[in-house]
Design a protein around this ligand. Sequence first.
Ligand code: FAD
Length: 341
Amino acid sequence: MTVQSGVRIAVAGAGALGSAAALRLARAGFQVTVFDPAAPGDNASGVAAGMLAPVSEALFDPASRDHLDLMRRARDLWPAFAEGLGIEIHRAGVRIEGSETWREQVGRKLLDLDLPADETIPEDWRIEARPALAALRAAAEAAGARFEVEAVEGFAPGRLLLAGGRIETFDILVVATGPGARDGQLAPETAALAPIKGQLLRMPSREGDVVVRGEGVYLAPGATLAVGATMEAGRDDLEPDASATQALRAAAWALRPDLDLDAASIEVGVRATTSDGLPLVGWSKAPGVMLAVGARRNGWLLAPLVADMVAAYLKGDHPGPDAAAMDARRFEKSAPFSLGE
Ligand SMILES: Cc1cc2nc3c(=O)[nH]c(=O)nc-3n(C[C@H](O)[C@H](O)[C@H](O)COP(=O)(O)OP(=O)(O)OC[C@H]3O[C@@H](n4cnc5c(N)ncnc54)[C@H](O)[C@@H]3O)c2cc1C
């Protein structure tokens, strides 16, 4: 399906994926409106630590281990994507810290990935997530996109149903609802998504610019220090739960015994994941519906890649080498999965 520029596109969701896609589409000449009932940044994208970290993810997230090349391609799109948006990319890298035994284990995993067993990973980068989201929105608005505080409840080509029963005319719906809309009402493929609650601790920053990875924890510097993050499979509530952060606190204290973690605030986001760890990107079985959803721990890393793919699908261009791996309909025939994390 190819869509002519000037066509009206609704994007459901103003997180990293929806905002990046809206920017790409508005710049491509489409008439774009982004709908989201939440306040700006009140989502996983606003909570995130902002790491653009293919190697760390391949090392520490089993579901991402096989996707190193894809994640590197996504990271490599960032410099051009960020240009002119005022999003600074911090390239000080990641340092592995911890017991000798654990560092040796990490070293062996690095060798398995054909990487040197060094204690610094220079190719993993970082951005500031919340300001980046604001920058994407500002750039999308400057390119003509509109943002409305409203939830999308249904769609058929030509007819977008909004909360409260309002109906608007749109030709295409891009579903970028993160862990929302998993009931399949907007697109049946979202039934393949499962939530993973993530909590991180934020406190005044005093680290340098390097992200520190320890056993079971990271310390990501920035405007505030992010100590993260829990992986609570199957949970989609946004309640801060100090008991679930105990292991995180213990792991952080093992690295920095003087951190005042009791004074830290807890931030909560919910990630959406598929069973293979990659998002659903491409045309839904539902007519006129495009998916950009389910980026697990890597929504920021993948945002430029997903946005490029969404724009390519809509313009009728080739969506690139990662289209099959992220195909929105790849779970159609498989049984529902259990997270088992
Ligand atoms: C603690 C934590 C740390 C993380 N750290 C990193 C990191 O360092 N690097 C990285 O790359 N990723 C990280 N992530 C993952 C990243 O945050 C997510 O992958 C990313 O935010 C997903 O973006 P999204 O746009 O798909 O979804 P979201 O950010 O969840 O946005 C979805 C939006 O859709 C809206 N919505 C829902 N239903 C509807 C509807 N019916 N109509 C309209 N709008 C709707 C919601 O209100 C929400 O604003 C982290 C996540 C967490 C929780």
